[in-house]
Design a protein around this ligand. Sequence first.
Ligand code: ARG
Length: 440
Amino acid sequence: MLGVRSLRGGCRGREAVRIFSRMFQRLAPSGGRQLTVSSHMSSSAHPAPGVAEADVAEQSIESSSNYAHETRAVNSMARRQCPVWSHNEWDPLEEVIVGRVEGAMVPPFSTEVKANTYQYHWDFFEKNGGKAFPAKHLELAHEEVEEFVRILEAEGITVRRPEICDFSKEYVTPDFRSSGLYSAMPRDVLLVLGDEIIECPMAWRSRFFEFRAFRPLVREYFKQGARWTTPPKPLMNDELYEQNYPMDTVEDRHHLAAEGKFITTEYEPCFDAADFIRAGKDIFVQRSQVTNKFGIEWMRRHLGDRYRLHVLSFDDPNPMHIDATFNIIGPGLVLSNPDRPCHQIEHFKKAGWTIIKPPAPAMPDSHPLWMSSKWLSMNVLMLDPKRVVVDSNEVPTIKMFEKLGIECVKVSLRFANSLGGGFHCWTSDIRRRGILETYF
Ligand code: ARG
């Protein structure tokens, strides 16, 4: 999956090598070893139709001339003071988008929604698909999210919000009809890489137009100097979904996930932003129910030499969004879900990373989580490497952070969790102070 070959330079782990200082000191990569990391698709996986085998084969990414070129580019971008500027999940946060509860709708119960939800909620989806979530629940979620916003603002962070949209409107394309979902989870749709903001080609029909809620912000950021990318929009016709995907048993799904098969096919590229997680030059992605190999390949070619894209996989029968599975919270520091071991963890250990297994979530079974597992407990938002926003009810997780010397900003997000996300999902960081560095 993830090939690591040694050339020159040292394992950096927590001690990031500063590209800037390198440039200014005009140092050639120092003696010793330098990691060249390649990303390629699993050999058990079917290559996407139209994607040549050679394209998904191992590819060496870094070369020192590219490195110097990129360093200059980064430097000039930093000087421009772009409003969009974020390279990882933990540098000091300056501006963030927080999602909205207003207008949240239960998605129509289509195959891809069924494949991503738990059987004990199917009745709920069958009855409520296309209608609003229960009003009282939304009211409580709204209070929590607005309190979260006030707390971020009190920390001196600029908070931006999507438009209030009517997600109940039905839309018809030549290939399907649907109504919408929400603008609650900016992390799912917007991927920020340095000064670039990517509106991701999501895989759920109910999310086809979700980017519209964020368009006013993206237009504004573009005018202020950000780069704005929209990958090919999927048609989302029936060929994008595995019609015979077995829904009923977790064993079936485990089996299929292990073979690299999911509800989405390889008909056309699709990916959600939340299947990517950033650590400077190294970006990690998982093949999931909503991110296919074709989409990963599209991103790999799009990123070219600017980043190293690594495909990770986990023991997870139902992967969708990596941030409750493998949440990178600091330079060489990762929360790795103990129920979903990472198949490539040895590479992180070799690179000197600290791997933390977070404690079991404290969420009671009685609380409805319509669209996720309880592991939202580890779906935290770093304000800087030493401060984290964590759910005030998740006492074991709070204790874990305190032991790590990370100060906890405690906010309750229980009712907002029911819509499928924690603090990381409910946000998309637009600007973090810091530069592009190498940590892996
Ligand atoms: N699918 C994950 C789970 O059930 C939740 C991930 C939520 N993340 C997000 N960005 N919406 O554990």
